[in-house]
Design a binder for this molecule. Structure first.
Ligand code: ZN
Length: 480
């Protein structure tokens, strides 16, 4: 089905039009009416009325029908335009001939409802989202998802420059605005620099700001009256909003990266393998930043060392045995470099999977009980296999286990930590797997939504980030 045009008229009328449950992405349905009697369009759980003169268009996008509309259809061309509140997925298009000055997001909406506003108009408009106003200009697309009583921008992998936050290059101080999303990523460069960056005065507990300084000069990061940190050239600052309304620097977790000589051969040499591990560590940090985690990984050291075992399961057992024996090579390296975690990469095939890590003093189960964290220091080993079938998601997944996470769908008999797992509706790092599931570099967090409006967790039930954030201070402090 590529496109359907459906017309209602007096001689050709139906009380209800039900949109199909399935259709290829990109399919378009338009429904117009010249009938004097009203009808209703049913789109999944929603119904919308159709009256005489109405014309509605729906496009199929990622498993649902999105209602496409514009100022003219909503009778608000040129003026203030209030978007309807009863729909889950709306796309609102602005163009030169069909433009509105002000766009007002509805004050109420279903949890997870999604509004996308796209502009090709030469004039900018203002979007009021309740908390703050946002300007939308030609070429911009903004998406808002309903979360609790607020509209939030969904997960963002996009860094914004200080100029995009309204600051002037070279200014003494740049104040970041109130956050509209749980994660704000800021890029500082030479044409986009302030000596001081002030963290938002208002934020919600668990919000995270990441600041990457690529400018030649350092940047002071200020919260309230206090300087939290001075970011040297090339460094990254990560800050989370604590429950007391203050900003705190994220916890560094020190990782000893170990590779076998076979892994070095498979990677094309020791320096290639070291670059590979550095890249995987960066990718893990990106996933932690995306997810609003309160910690990040730092390479304590990267060394070559061979375990004797040649399979993943055997290497894991051998490595854990060494960490529990303070006189062993691996335990001595770890103590020398004060590493909270150890990640070992070998060319270990895939007969036991691509990676292995458990957390518990006995490392006998996939469960993480909060009171075990302090006793889990000697279990902080992940073993991964360098193999063509093993992708970049293996390291962050295993680090998730070490930080206390279970797989999606794991029945946990320990109710206090039932939420320490992946989501069943999205392919997050500990989440659903299988045909047609795209793995995304996120840990579950019910404050986050995918770009199609799927919530990445459930409060109290599926919340990997909450569990990891509770464990991070202890893990980060194994070697104070
Ligand atoms: Zn796993």
């Amino acid at each position: 089905m590529a496109g359907i045009d459906f017309s209602l008229s007096n001689g050709n009328w139906a009380p209800e039009i039900v949109l199909p449950d399935a259709a290829p992405d990109g399919s378009l349905i338009t429904i117009g009416s010249s009938a004097v009697w009203g009808s209703s369009i049913t789109n999944g759980a929603e119904a919308m009325p159709v009256g005489q003169g109405d014309l509605f268009a729906f496009v199929r996008e990622e498993g649902g029908w999105t209602y496409i509309t514009d100022p003219e259809s909503l009778d608000c061309k040129g003026s203030e335009c209030a978007l309807p509140s009863n729909l889950r997925r709306i796309k609102f298009l602005l163009s030169n001939g069909n433009w509105a000055q002000d766009i007002v997001l509805p004050g109420a909406a279903a949890e997870g409802a999604s509004i996308t506003i796209q502009s090709s108009a030469g004039w900018s408009s203002t979007i009021s989202n309740g908390a703050s106003d946002v300007a939308i200009s030609q070429g911009d697309t903004f998406q808002f998802v309903r979360s609790g009583a607020a509209w939030v921008s969904p997960v963002s992998k996009v860094e914004k420059t200080l100029l995009q936050f309204g600051c002037t290059d070279g200014s003494a101080s740049c104040s970041l605005p109130t956050m509209s999303s749980p994660v704000t990523k800021v890029a500082v460069g030479n044409s986009n620099w302030s000596s001081t960056v002030r963290l938002p005065a208002t934020a919600r507990p668990g919000d995270v700001v990441v600041i990457r300084n690529d400018a030649s000069n350092s940047v002071g990061v200020v919260a309230g009256d206090a300087t939290l940190e001075t970011l040297a050239t090339g460094s990254v600052g990560r800050y989370f909003r604590d429950g007391d309304g203050g900003w705190t620097s994220a916890y560094p977790v020190k990782v000893l990266l170990v590779y076998s000589s076979q892994a070095a051969d498979a990677a094309g040499g020791a320096s290639e393998e070291e670059l590979r591990l550095a890249r995987l560590l960066d990718f893990t940090n990106t996933a932690l930043e995306n997810s609003a985690a309160n910690f990040y990984l730092v390479a304590a050291e990267t060394i070559q060392y061979d375990l004797a075992a040649t399979t993943l399961a055997a290497a894991y057992e051998e490595g854990i045995g060494q960490l529990k024996n303070g006189a062993s090579d691996l335990a001595l390296y770890r103590a020398t470099y004060q590493a909270d975690m150890v990640v070992y990469e070998g060319a270990l095939g895939t007969s036991d999977g691509c990676g292995r890590a458990f957390t518990s003093p006995a490392y006998a189960s996939d469960y993480m009980y909060p009171e075990w964290i302090q006793d889990s220091k000697e279990s902080m080993l992940a073993v991964i296999s360098l193999h063509a079938w093993c992708d970049d998601f293996v390291m962050p997944h295993e680090v998730g286990h070490l930080a206390g996470l279970m797989h999606e769908g794991t029945a946990n008999t320990y109710p206090a930590r039932i939420y320490a797992k992946g989501a069943s509706n999205v392919g997050d790092l500990m989440g659903k797997r299988g045909a047609g599931v795209e793995v995304i570099p996120y840990f579950s967090n019910p404050r986050l939504y995918t770009s199609t409006g799927l919530r990445m967790g459930e409060p109290g039930l599926v919340d990997s980030v909450r569990a990891m954030n509770e464990n991070a201070p202890t893990i980060s402090n194994f070697y104070p």
